[in-house]
Design a protein around this ligand. Structure first.
Ligand SMILES: [Zn+2]
Ligand SMILES: [Zn+2]
Length: 129
C-alpha cells in the first residue's frame, strides 16, 4: 500500500513537470489519459502530502488554484486572453525590498505578485490581422 501511494505521488509530480501549472482537473484529466485511473480525492490527498513535503506548491491566481512543482522563487503572469500562466524571474522585476518591510506597523515576511496581460503568443495572434 505504501509503495502504491509513493508511485501515485511520483506520477503526480511527473505530470506537473510535464504540464507546468495545472488545476486539479487538468491533472486528473492528464493522469487518467495515461491510464492511471485515479480519483479526485486521491489526487487531492497526494497533492496535500506533496505540499507538506515541500515538493509541490499551490498557487492562487485570481480565482484559480493551480499546482506546480517547487522551483526557485518566481512570480506569475496570467494571459487575459488564453489564460496561460507564465513564470517570471524575480530578477527581471525591480522591487525596492526595503520599502516593503512594513506597512502601518505590520511586518511583511513574504510577498507574491501576479501580473496580468497578453502573452507573447496572443500578442502575435493579434498582430497578424
Ligand atoms: Zn495568451
Ligand atoms: Zn510558477
Amino acid at each position: 500500500m505504501q509503495r502504491r501511494n509513493t508511485n501515485q505521488r511520483q506520477e503526480v509530480v511527473e505530470a506537473l513537470e510535464i504540464l507546468g501549472h495545472s488545476t486539479s482537473e487538468e491533472l486528473i484529466e492528464y493522469l487518467n489519459k495515461n491510464d492511471a485511473k485515479v480519483s479526485l480525492a486521491t489526487i487531492y490527498r497526494n497533492l496535500n502530502t506533496l505540499i507538506e513535503d515541500g515538493k509541490v506548491r499551490k498557487v492562487k491566481i485570481g480565482d484559480l488554484d493551480v499546482y506546480e512543482t517547487v522551483k526557485k522563487r518566481h512570480f506569475h503572469f496570467r494571459c487575459k486572453k488564453c489564460g496561460a500562466i507564465i513564470d517570471i524571474d524575480p530578477q527581471s522585476i525591480v522591487v525596492d525590498q526595503s520599502s516593503i518591510k512594513q506597512f502601518n506597523g505590520s511586518i511583511v515576511q513574504d510577498y507574491d505578485m501576479i501580473f496580468y496581460g497578453i502573452c507573447s503568443k496572443c500578442e502575435l495572434e493579434i498582430n497578424k490581422y
